[in-house]
Design a protein around this ligand. Sequence first.
Ligand code: UD1
Length: 397
Amino acid sequence: MKPIPEATGAAAEPASRLPTGGLLCVVGARPNFMKMAPILHALREIAPDLPVALIHTGQHYGSDMQATFFDELAMPVPDLDLAVGSASHGVQTGTLMVRFEPVVDAVRPAAVVVVGDVNSTLACALVAAKRNIPVVHVEAGLRSRDRSMPEEINRVLTDQLASMHFTTERSARDNLLAEGVPDAGIHFVGNVMIDTLHRHRKSAQAPAATLARYGLAAGAVANPAGFALVTLHRPSNVDDPVRLADLLGTLAAVSERLPVVFPLHPRTRAALSGHVVPRGRTHPLVTLPAVGYLEALGLMARARVVLTDSGGMQEETTALGVPCLTLRTSTERPITVAEGTNTLTGPERGDILEALDHTLATGGKAGRLPECWDGRAGERIARILVDRYAGAGALPA
Ligand code: UD1
């Protein structure tokens, strides 16, 4: 685990560098970047004079987990990096609060905008709410109803702290209303992560080029019958050695059917150190480091099937029309199952292989694009934010 570094000097003296009185936008971990990028782009276009500061908490760091994403998504350089790094949940969340509070005090923003469900989301929402700064939560109201997931705790608490809730699917409003969130602040706007997908789809990296970057032969992605893309990083799947060993056995069985391409999240890479990753049976099974956004998009778009425990990839595969088997027993994104290409298999080998064989035999669920996953969610959010925080009438016609 990386020790928590000192905050960059700017954290101590943020007022001199950050625009005051506007929006303070927070990102911290990999899935946050694709969600915040379209909002920042739209704000710049619709209201170039509205002060917007971007804070990176540093929950994810290094080129694989964040720098590449900033470049690929044309994100502005963060105004401040709180450099929290990796730590236990308590230390990470607490350290972030200590570092974010002086920023909020100095900037006195009109609102703090947080996205998704990672520890950075909750930590910064908590600081803002306690300083009586309105919290805006993007991707609000999603519920797995599985409190063993840290993300579920982050979602429920962030939604209680927020005064404005932007939702990606209509079921989220019902979840929020059931928890006492007032209807007036809930806005169904669609999915910002899918905005990013639409924007960058044409630039997606060809799978063979991605493998070549890591010195791997293209064979795994050149199979005429296609390949399976696998990602795993949920603590419930990778932190338990028995479960992880069983999943590796399942992937070996998958490689009897088609090649397997398995990019490794750092958490998974660390967890695998005590295991032997199977080499693949009839077909290759290749592992590679965590890939960038355009590489992931290219692999997903060309995969015959995706096996994952990621939240975002359930949505991205639905938008791409690629069958997705989610190796979890619940999802906070039910629309991907009801309307999209997603099937929940759970982590058991028999269930996964049965769903895989059905998918390979039938082509899998065709699915359709959910309502408002149209590439304009960021614009809808920006218009509502500008209307609310830059004063009514500030919007161009
Ligand atoms: C976090 C989010 C999860 C999200 C995932 C996407 C929480 C509680 N979890 O999980 O919802 O799906 O990001 O990636 O916020 N590490 C590195 N480099 C990094 C970051 C992490 O090596 O840049 C390693 C460290 O060993 C660290 C471990 O990965 O301890 C876990 O990182 P952490 O940010 O705690 O959680 P994720 O599993 O990435």
